[in-house]
Design a binder for this molecule. Sequence first.
Ligand SMILES: *Cc1c(COP(=O)(O)O)cnc(C)c1O
Length: 327
Amino acid sequence: MPAPARVPLILAPTPLHPLPALGARIGLDLWIKRDDLTGFAGGGNKGRKLEYLMADVLASGAEIVLTCGSLQSNFVRQLGAACAMHGLRCVAVLMDLPYAPETGRPAGPALPPTGGNVVLDALLGVETIRVPDGTWDALFEATDYVAESLERGGHRVYRIPVGGSSPLGAYGFVAAARELAEQGAPFDAIVVPTSSGSTHSGLAWALHGTPTRVIGVACDAEPALVEEEMMAIARGLDELTGDPKGLAPEDVEFRLEWVGAGYGVATEAGGRATEVLARLEGVFLDPIYSAKAFAGLLAMAGSGELKGRVLFWHTGGFPTATTGLTA
Ligand SMILES: *Cc1c(COP(=O)(O)O)cnc(C)c1O
């Protein structure tokens, strides 16, 4: 089957380099994949998904692209940039902090309501619709309502799920796994933050059956992510590629220990992980995603669960971090 169509957005391959000082301290041959440095709209993992999603948007002839997320969504920022570059309207339905029904609204300092991606979305001309905080399902319902009213108004709307997590979005990480393979020897393990699931599931699908473990560290307290969203994405990749791998939930390593209070609330362990990586290697993490995943990596190195040649997949997020951190 031919590869899905692609619109170029990012500067790939993104850099891959060792973290020698930190690696020596924790006893790993530690490397980092710099998807924070995609060169597209502030960087981050969403650029890879958008290369395939935007090709489908352009082929559809839609004039409005609709998505949803949290107010400081990195996906909305990068989608807004891609739409602006192609002369399309971008409409985003946003909650300050959507939450999982299992946990309720997490206690703790929420993301800042100004600065960071909020400023960049406005700069890019994203049309934002803010709705009161509630569960993710409440956000999806509000987005359905907006879609219906735009369609009733005679507009052709292309809908993209939260975080760009569809099989087509995940295909960006199937391609990324190939990019990584071309950059050098395989890894024993890859550690990556996971939230809407297509970064993790794209890599897990691509590396299934190889000696490389792909460990997703949850940034969102959603235990059903693997059984529901990620399995649906994996089945979608089976179809999209014509290369069915038949992934089962037990083929996906998904770790919930480092979520903390919930999505969007920073953790102390994440803060410490951010500091150690900054001081030993001069690399910055963000508090919502990469800091929690890196805290997981450090804990798994400490417990002996991680050994050998290990890769941290840096998914970006720095524009939020600039306003999400307090000194
Ligand atoms: C969206 C995002 C993630 C999570 O990726 P998913 O594919 O949604 O699981 C991780 N890190 C950053 C910085 C992000 O913006």
